[in-house]
Design a protein around this ligand. Structure first.
Ligand SMILES: NC(=O)c1ccc[n+]([C@@H]2O[C@H](COP(=O)([O-])OP(=O)(O)OC[C@H]3O[C@@H](n4cnc5c(N)ncnc54)[C@H](O)[C@@H]3O)[C@@H](O)[C@H]2O)c1
Length: 327
C-alpha cells in the first residue's frame, strides 16, 4: 500500500514509520511541518514538508500521489496550552482533520487511521476507572474536545460515504522509546510524566513536580495506563490490516489495562537510573482526572493486537537511555 503518515516526524509517528519500514513492504510518505517534529527521526519513506492548514497544497499532494491509506498523527497536544489557546487546537486538530478527510473522500482514499486520546473520557462516575469504548465521554479540556469533534466528523463521513472506512485509536499514556535505541521522544518542553521523569533522572532538569497528592487513589497521586510507543505503533499496523481485510469503521482503546500512580512511575525511574532526584509537590492541575485505565479487550479481539512491552521498568529504562543519549 501507499501510505500517507501525517505527523510522521513526531514522537509516535516516527516509531510507526520505523516499524512500517522494518516490518512491511508499504510505500511511506511522511507529511509534517516540523513544528514539534524532527526530520532526522524519519528513518524510512519520502518526506514532504507541508502544513495541513495549507488546503490547496494538501489537495495537490493527494492529486500527485495515489494514497491507499492515511494515518493521521499531526496535531497539537499540550493540554494546559489548549486551555489558554483553544482556537489553536480547534484549528489544528479539528479543522485540519476535517480538511484532510475531505481530501480523502475527494481522491478516493478509503482507509483512515486516527490518533485519538483517552483524554476524551474525562472524569468517570464513581469508581469506574477502567473505561471501555462505550464509557461516557466528556473531555475536560479543549485538546480532548478537539479530538472528540474529529471523531464525530469521521463517524459522520463514514455514514455518508460508506466506502470511506476509519479506525479511531484512543491512546492512553504513551511512553518509552524504541527498544533498539535508534529513535525516541524529542518533544521540547514536555509535560508528560515519563519523559519529564527521564529528563530529571538524566540531570536535564533540577527537579520535577507532582501535581496533586489528594486524589482518591492508593497513594493520592493520579493513576494512568502507560503504553509503550512500539506497542502502539504495532496497533496502527494491525489497524491497517484490519481495514484491508474488510474491517468496519470502529474505535478502539489502546492501553494495557493496568494503571500506575505518579509515585510508582517516579520510583521506577529512580530505580532504572540510580538517581534519587528531587521531586516537589504542587497543587492539582486543571483538567486531570484522578484515574484512567483502558479496557483493551476490543482491540485484542478484533485485531489480535499482541503487545510485547507491557513492562513499566522497560518503559522507564528506554525513556531514560534515550535522554542519556540525546543530552
Ligand atoms: N503522546 C501521547 O501521549 C498521546 C496520547 C494520546 C494521543 N496522542 C496523539 O498522538 C498524535 C501524535 O502525538 P505525538 O506525541 O507523536 O506528538 P508530536 O508533537 O511529537 O507529533 C506531532 C507531529 O505533527 C506535526 N504537526 C503538527 N501540526 C501539524 C500541521 N498543521 N501540519 C503538519 N504537521 C503538523 C508536528 O510537527 C509533529 O511532528 C497526536 O495526534 C496526539 O494528539 C498522543
Amino acid at each position: 500500500m501507499n501510505i500517507l503518515v501525517t505527523g510522521g516526524a513526531g514522537y509516535i509517528g516516527s516509531h510507526l514509520v520505523k516499524q512500517l519500514g522494518e516490518d512491511t513492504q508499504h510505500n511511506i510518505t511522511v507529511l509534517d511541518n516540523l513544528v514539534t517534529g524532527f526530520e532526522e527521526a524519519i528513518l524510512y519513506g519520502k518526506f514532504i514538508n507541508a502544513d495541513l492548514s495549507d488546503f490547496d497544497k494538501i489537495d495537490k499532494i493527494f492529486e500527485e500521489n495515489k494514497f491507499d491509506a492515511v494515518i493521521h498523527f499531526a496535531a497539537s497536544l499540550v493540554v494546559p496550552e489548549s486551555i489558554t489557546n483553544p482556537l489553536k487546537y480547534y484549528l489544528n486538530n479539528t479543522s485540519n482533520t476535517a480538511n484532510l478527510i475531505k481530501c480523502c473522500v475527494k481522491h478516493n482514499v478509503n482507509r483512515f487511521i486516527f490518533s485519538s486520546t483517552a483524554a476524551i473520557y474525562g472524569e468517570q462516575e464513581g469508581d469506574k476507572i477502567v473505561v471501555t469504548e462505550e464509557s461516557p465521554t466528556g473531555a475536560l479540556n479543549p485538546y480532548g474536545t478537539s479530538k472528540q469533534m474529529s471523531e464525530t466528523i469521521l463517524k459522520d463521513t463514514s455514514i455518508a460515504h460508506p466506502e470511506f472506512k476509519h479506525v479511531i485509536l484512543r491512546y492512553f499514556n504513551v511512553a518509552g522509546c524504541s527498544v533498539d535505541g535508534k529513535i525516541g521522544q524529542n518533544t521540547a518542553n514536555a509535560t508528560v510524566l515519563v519523559k519529564v521523569a527521564a529528563e530529571t533522572a538524566s540531570n536535564q532538569r533540577e527537579k520535577m513536580y507532582i501535581f496533586g497528592d489528594n486524589y482518591p487513589t492508593k497513594d493520592g497521586t493520579c493513576i494512568r495506563d502507560y503504553i509503550h510507543v512500539e506497542d502502539l505503533a504495532t496497533a496502527h499496523i494491525d489497524a491497517l490490516n484490519y481495514l484491508q481485510n474488510g474491517g468496519q469503521s470502529d474505535l478502539f482503546n489502546c492501553g494495557y489495562g493496568e494503571g500506575y500512580t505518579v509515585y510508582e512511575v517516579i520510583n521506577m525511574m529512580k530505580k532504572v537510573s540510580g538517581n534519587d532526584f528531587e521531586v516537589e509537590m504542587q497543587g492539582r492541575r486543571e483538567g486531570d482526572p484522578s484515574a484512567l485505565i483502558a479496557n483493551n479487550s476490543k482491540i485484542t479481539n478484533a485485531m489480535h493486537w499482541k503487545p510485547r512491552y507491557n513492562d513499566l521498568e522497560l518503559i522507564c529504562k528506554t525513556a531514560y537511555e534515550w535522554e542519556m543519549k540525546r543530552k
